[in-house]
Design a protein around this ligand. Structure first.
Ligand code: 5GP
Length: 333
């Protein structure tokens, strides 16, 4: 056993220090970025926020709404190929999510959807050799596609995923609002430090990271970008909108008002729905959270983008790309 005694930080432990700036207005800030992937040398352009691949967030309706703002969606993995084809998903802004073992499905979806070039390989624990082998296999089948893979929370494994074939590494073990991993297993890593350390590792290999989980308000999204995240994935902040609900849920909430369910993809609710219940050898590592119905997602998008633009203005960053270089964190207390 070993103890690491260097302090590690979460979003709530820090603030971003304001700096003198030449910017006149937050309207001057450009939030779009273009990245060139390390493996296929493919360009990806947009506002680098991604709706999480959860069935209460990463829906086809959400993808259609967010694409209008240049924001990405990682569609949840339970859509059938026919549903994806019929929906004519915006391939510019949609990642399509797959689990481990889905190689045949990946091949079939990529063939059926002309223009689809963004694959999200999502497992709860990205630390297994099996997952690295899977990434290598997907990369061999799809040399020109953009592969985002995770989750991990440490620089060693960020590098391993990139070397195996990932372009973007999803970073976050345990920070999610519907996550119970830390409570059920004791495993985790404070998210702000995970972002800082993994971004440094990824950038050293010309790769990128997506900070995944733990953002509760627009200021947290700013802190994630300031820490070096290239992309930020949001679950709870985008849940509870018109676009995240089924037609029946929407009707019910419009009739009676109130709250809607947001649940983890490893929660009992999700496992009952998609895997025939919680398997005997495992425990649920997700919780069910009630969130207020928040109306159309465009209102929350305005708040989030307005908050990040304002943060950029406070440190004099005219482009999101410059934000992390100009940011200094101060530790509260
Ligand atoms: P949020 O933005 O709500 O804080 O976090 C969203 C992220 O939580 C997702 O993108 C995913 O990485 C993670 N997540 C989703 N469902 C579960 C779950 O059931 N268990 C755990 N451990 N993490 C989850």
């Amino acid at each position: 056993m070993r103890i690491e005694s260097e302090p590690k930080l979460d979003f709530d432990d820090v603030l971003i220090r304001p700096k003198r700036s030449r910017l006149k207005s937050r309207g001057d800030v450009d939030l779009r970025r273009t990245f060139k992937t390390p493996h296929g040398k493919v360009e990806i352009t947009g506002v680098p926020i991604i709706a999480a691949n959860m069935d209460t967030v990463g829906t086809l309706k959400m993808a259609a709404a967010l694409a209008g703002h240049g924001i990405f969606t990682s569609l949840h993995k339970h859509y059938k190929i026919e549903e994806l084809v019929a929906a004519k998903v915006s391939t510019d802004y949609s990642f399509i999510t797959f689990g481990i073992e889905d190689l045949k499905k990946i091949d079939a979806v990529m063939e059926a959807l002309p223009g689809a070039n963004k694959i999200c390989l999502d497992v709860a624990n990205g630390y297994t050799e099996h997952f690295l082998d899977f990434i290598r296999e997907v990369r061999a089948h799809h040399p020109q596609k953009i592969i985002m893979a995770g989750n991990v929370a440490t620089p060693d494994m960020t590098e391993a995923l990139i070397l195996a074939g990932a372009d973007i590494v999803k970073v976050g073990i345990g920070p999610g609002s519907a996550c119970m991993t830390r409570a059920m297993t004791g495993i985790g890593y404070p998210q702000l430090s995970a972002i800082i350390e993994c971004a440094d590792a990824a950038h050293g290999l010309s790769g990128f990271i997506c900070a995944d989980g733990g953002c509760k308000m627009p200021g947290d999204v700013s802190k994630a970008f300031a820490a070096g995240a290239d992309f930020v994935m949001l679950g709870g902040m985008l849940a509870g909108h018109t676009e995240s609900l089924t037609d029946e849920q929407l009707q019910a909430v419009k009739d009676t008002g109130g709250q809607v369910e947001y649940y983890g993809m490893s929660s009992k609710v999700a496992m009952d729905r998609y895997s025939g219940g919680v398997a005997a050898h495992r425990a649920s590592e997700g919780r069910v959270v009630k969130v207020e119905y928040k109306g159309d997602v465009k209102n929350s998008v305005q708040d989030i983008l307005g908050g990040v633009r304002s943060a950029c203005t406070y440190v004099g960053a005219g482009r999101l790309k410059e934000f992390s270089k100009r940011a200094t964190f101060v530790i509260k207390k």
